[in-house]
Design a protein around this ligand. Structure first.
Ligand code: GAR
Length: 196
């Protein structure tokens, strides 16, 4: 355990927040080395915000459509985050590309979950592309966020088979189950590394 206590997390979402829920559940175990301080969504009124509120976690919606540029949106995001001094910013289904302006501000402190075995299938529509290629397996990756999309160092990966009859939705659901294990595991590993 860090001398200063648990790792402080900020979680950024854009939607239903099932990975957020996995992190909330993990953090409710008293032995887990992290705590969620704030959840921010770039889309108002998404279910993920409700999940956080159900667990008395502070939430904020910062609607990117209200800002004239990516940078002004990111400045508002940074202002909200700074008030909670997070050790780690967890992107959990956060579907807004972050520019170097934001990434430099939080260098080395942003992680993301992506539904493929990176470096394969960066970007969107991963499951359809895996199926079109006839791949035998897929999975998920938790990785550090760097300026290049879906390219930072991988922290945890979990693999699943691609099965006959899979559709993008069926494969996505099989991978999502593994995401819910991978994300808390990645946070735990980072906390342990920071604790030395
Ligand atoms: C997850 O499958 C996550 O890996 C994916 O969005 C979903 C969010 O689900 N993220 C990306 O594709 C990022 N490029 P959730 O809101 O239920 O956690």
């Amino acid at each position: 355990m860090r001398l200063s206590g648990k790792l402080s997390l900020a979680v950024l979402i854009s939607g239903r927040g099932s990975n957020l829920q996995a992190l909330i559940d993990a953090c409710e175990d008293p032995g887990f080395p992290a705590a969620i301080k704030i959840v921010v969504s770039n889309r108002p009124a998404v279910y993920g915000l409700e999940r956080a509120q159900n667990h008395n976690i502070p939430v904020q919606a910062i609607d990117h459509k209200q800002y004239s540029s990516r940078e002004t949106f990111e400045d508002a995001l940074s202002d909200a985050l700074e008030r909670h001094a997070p050790d780690l910013i967890c992107l959990a289904g956060f579907m807004r590309v972050l520019t170097p302006h934001f990434i430099r501000r939080w260098e080395g402190k942003i992680i993301n979950i992506h539904p493929s075995l990176l470096p394969a299938y960066k970007g969107v529509d991963t499951h359809a592309r895996v199926l079109a290629d006839g791949g035998a397996e897929s999975g998920c990756s938790v990785h550090y966020v760097t300026a290049e999309l879906d390219s930072g160092p991988v922290i945890v990966q979990r693999r699943v088979p691609v099965l006959p009859g899979d559709t993008p939705d069926i494969l996505a659901a099989r991978i999502l189950e593994q995401e819910h294990i991978a994300y808390p595991e990645a946070v735990r590993r980072i906390a342990e590394t920071m604790n030395g």
